[in-house]
Each structure stands twice: as structure tokens, then as C-alpha cells.
Design a protein. Structure first.
Length: 478
């Protein structure tokens, strides 16, 4: 018989059984896996699973929320059952071979009545009572993008400002000195009400009530090729109403370049309010950081060629596209292949695996991956406008170009005539293009024009300029 228990003090899951000691025991989730420490070996054995793990050379943090599978040699899990327990870092339950890990929120607050109570407190809060900033990146799934770069510069210029980070769970690492608040928790609602400034890079979820004196800086998350918001194909009155409602919550919008400024203002009907065209803070790292240390954290040996495959998401599918076999691509090109799924596929997909393949979908900072890569392979993602800061080659794998352009989204310009790299339609075409040594000279003129239009303000000081504006406007004080 196999049994399960939670050791709250040690933050471990302990599985015990009778018979021969297993040789391996793993807890496998969509974005993380941990191996157990196995003891015993006479008539009984015990597998102790840590509920914390370290990724990318960072600190040990609670496991990401999700359903995990228990894998133990020859063990049977039919009778395993542990009711949900809230620990310091996670909430955990066991049902057979499935271990469910969630953010450490009291289940009472996740009921409709519990959330209604917290929303009521939020609405009643006088607001903007703290000299604090509430940061959120990609709905709390990461601490990255423009909000993180702004937070880093804010700390350098105004270290006494309180910095809250909205996170989906405590597996998301926050910077030293910042305070993690788990979305939907009492602390999250209070911090969002009390902060004088909210810095976000996507829509504000859940109920939002503007507090007196509170400001919202919307940094957005990319220069657009694909049509956005009011510009998306098809007439949908509900979508249009939602776009207008959302954009009215923002006081300031950040744009990477004047091209984006024009599009974002119209796509979100953002009239009569300022757009700051200061380059993208997240791209400062492409000018100031060191690629060698990032490669070392990823376990990439010196001298390896690194390909980064980073496609965008599709409106008609939940998981990352499968246009590339990353292990085969690594073999065909004698390279290390980094696979970077979109933020919208973090929850639905599983990490890709294979020889010389590293799935970096959960890596917090895309800019560092761009810096570490020798080559970018993308499709319609805004990452194309960031990677060009590096002046390194990029390739566009677009087997669904006609469908994406004609039915799903539509484009603001013709990618085929302006792309600073070749458009290919299969992995074989991609491999051939990667082997073409004439690539850089053929696309040099296009690349220069691209950088002149889209990267003129990406000079390594964007975050400093944005923070200077925040302080000058008195959104927070030093």
C-alpha cells in the first residue's frame, strides 16, 4: 500500500510504500519537474519530494501552479488522497497519481462570496494611500518586460518607493526588496488600491476602480505587426466596447517608436492623453548586459551557436505552434535551440525537450534570451522589433502566412517586402536559409531601414527616461 502526507515544516510531499525500493521518483508538471530523495530499501521505502525548485540559476522557489504527475517505479496510487493544505509557498492536494499545486490562497477567498468580499473592501478603500507602485507583467505570469525594467530603474532613482509585484503564484521570482502579492489574495487587492501608480503591460483584469490620485501607466508589450484591438478584422460591438472601457483606465501609454504611437492611439482610441515615445525599457538590456553570463545560466557551452525560436500565439489555438522539430533543428544546424513560447501559452503547453534543446518559455526576461541568441527565428511576433536592436540575423518561419494575414489578424504592413530577413515556409527551407552565408549582405539595406524606423530610441536609457517622467509628474516621490 502506498501512502502520502505533507510535511509542512519541511515543505515536502512524502510518499511511502512497501516492497522493493524504487530507483527513480519524479513529480512532473507542465513547466517544472522535481526528483525525490529516496530512502529505505528493506521492507519499506520513502520518496520525499521538495515543493521548491531552482530554475535558471535563481533561488529556490515554490513549484509553479498546475497538475503534476507522480512517477515512481511500480508504485500504485489508487488509494492516495490528501485534502488541500495551504503551506507557506503553495496549496497542495493529492488525488491518486495527480498532485495539484496552487497558489497559497485560503480556498475561502476563491469562492464567489470570498471574492465579492475582497472586491467590496477594494471598492471601499480610499486609495493611493502609499508612496508605492503596483507592477504587473503578462497578467502576473512573469516579472519581466517593460514593467521590470522600469522597476529596476525606479529602485535606482527612488529606492524608498514601495514596489509591489502582482504574481499568479510564488514560483514567480520578484526583485530583492520588492513585495510579491498573489493575484486574488487579500494582499493583492489591498496593494492595488493603496498604490499611487500602477505599471502594467496588458489589460487590467478583475474589477478595477480608479482611486483619487491614482495613475495607470500602460507600457504595452510590443511594436505591432498584427492588427490590434479596434483594428482587428470583423465587426464585434462587444469587443469594441471592451477596448474603449479598458483604454479609458490608462493615464499614460508607452510606445517604442512613432510608428507604434500612431497605431496604438487609434487602435485603443487613446485620445487626449499622453503617449511617451521613449524606446522600450525592456530593450535596455540588449545594449547594456553581457551575453556570456546569460548563456552560463542556461548551461550553454562557450562557442556554441544558439538559435532562438520564438513564435507568437494564434487566436485559433491554445498551445504553441509546432512548425519546428527543435531537436531535429539542433541536429541539422549543429546548434543549441532555445524554444520560447508566447506568454499566452505558458499555462496550456508543456516544455519541449530533446538533445541540445532548452525550453525557455518560463524564463522571465525575453531580452536576455535575445542577447544570448546568435539568430532569431520568429513569425509575426513583436520580438522582431526588439531583436533588431542587436543587429543580429533573423529568419521568419511563416507556413501559415496567408491564413494569419488574411483570416486571423491582418498586418499593418507587408512583411514580405520589408522584413530584414528571409521568409521561409518549412523547416527544410529554414535550414537552407540558415546555411546561406550571403544572408546578411542581401538584407543589410532592409535591416538598416528597419532599425532606423523602429529602434531609434532603443539606446540603453529608455527606463531612465521613463522613470524621470514618472518622478517629474509626481506619480510617486523620491
Amino acid at each position: 500500500m502506498t501512502t502520502a502526507r505533507i510535511d509542512e515544516a519541511a515543505e515536502t510531499l512524502v510518499i511511502a510504500g512497501a516492497g522493493q525500493r524504487p530507483t527513480t521518483a519524479e513529480l512532473v508538471g507542465p513547466r517544472a519537474r522535481v526528483a525525490a530523495r529516496i530512502s529505505g530499501g528493506g521492507k519499506t521505502w520513502k520518496a520525499t519530494f521538495p515543493l521548491r525548485a531552482s530554475r535558471w540559476g535563481g533561488p529556490e522557489l515554490p513549484l509553479p501552479a498546475g497538475d503534476y504527475e507522480l512517477r515512481i517505479d511500480d508504485a500504485e496510487f489508487d488509494d492516495l488522497l490528501v485534502a488541500p493544505e495551504v503551506l507557506t509557498g503553495v496549496r497542495i492536494a493529492v488525488d491518486g497519481a495527480t498532485v495539484r499545486i496552487a497558489a497559497p490562497i485560503d480556498p475561502a477567498y476563491e469562492t464567489s462570496e470570498g471574492q465579492a468580499t475582497l472586491e467590496g473592501r477594494y471598492v471601499a478603500h480610499p486609495g493611493a494611500t502609499e508612496n508605492a507602485v503596483f507592477f504587473e507583467s503578462f497578467y502576473g505570469r512573469t516579472v519581466g518586460c517593460n514593467p521590470q525594467a522600469i522597476e529596476r530603474a525606479l529602485f535606482a532613482q527612488a529606492p524608498d518607493v514601495v514596489r509591489y509585484w502582482s504574481v499568479v503564484d510564488l514560483s514567480v521570482a520578484v526583485p530583492d526588496g520588492a513585495i510579491a502579492v498573489v493575484e486574488g489574495s487579500p494582499e493583492w487587492w489591498r496593494a492595488r488600491a493603496a498604490s499611487r501608480l500602477l505599471v502594467v503591460n496588458d489589460w487590467l483584469r478583475r474589477r478595477f476602480v480608479r482611486k483619487p490620485g491614482q495613475k495607470v501607466l500602460q507600457t504595452w508589450h510590443g511594436t505591432p505587426l498584427k492588427r490590434l484591438a479596434l483594428h482587428r478584422p470583423g465587426f464585434d460591438p462587444r469587443r469594441m466596447a471592451a477596448v474603449i472601457k479598458e483604454s479609458r483606465r490608462w493615464d499614460v501609454l508607452l510606445a517604442q517608436n512613432t510608428y507604434s504611437e500612431r497605431i496604438l492611439r487609434k487602435a485603443y482610441a487613446f485620445f487626449g492623453r499622453p503617449i511617451w515615445v521613449e524606446g522600450y525599457p525592456r530593450n535596455d538590456a540588449l545594449v547594456t548586459d553581457d551575453a556570456a553570463s546569460i548563456r552560463a545560466d542556461l548551461g550553454i557551452a562557450d562557442g556554441e551557436r544558439v538559435l532562438l525560436y520564438a513564435p507568437t500565439w494564434r487566436d485559433d489555438r491554445t498551445e504553441m505552434v509546432d512548425f519546428v522539430d527543435p531537436e531535429e533543428l539542433a541536429r541539422q544546424t549543429d546548434s543549441v535551440v532555445l524554444v520560447r513560447g508566447h506568454s499566452r501559452t505558458i499555462d496550456t503547453g508543456r516544455d519541449r525537450a530533446g538533445a541540445r534543446v532548452i525550453d525557455v518559455t518560463g524564463y522571465p526576461e525575453t531580452a536576455k534570451l535575445l542577447l544570448a541568441a546568435d539568430v532569431l527565428i520568429t513569425d509575426y511576433s513583436s520580438v522582431m522589433f526588439d531583436f533588431s536592436v542587436t543587429n543580429k540575423p533573423m529568419f521568419f518561419l511563416v507556413p501559415d502566412l496567408d491564413h494569419y494575414r488574411g483570416e486571423l489578424r491582418g498586418f499593418y504592413f507587408d512583411l514580405a517586402t520589408r522584413a530584414p530577413g528571409p521568409l521561409v515556409h518549412s523547416q527544410d527551407e529554414l535550414v537552407a536559409a540558415l546555411a546561406d552565408s550571403a544572408h546578411e549582405s542581401v538584407y543589410a539595406e532592409r535591416y538598416a531601414a528597419w532599425r532606423a524606423q523602429f529602434n531609434s530610441r532603443d539606446d540603453g536609457h529608455s527606463a531612465e527616461r521613463v522613470v524621470a517622467r514618472i518622478l517629474d509628474q509626481g506619480y510617486v516621490t523620491r
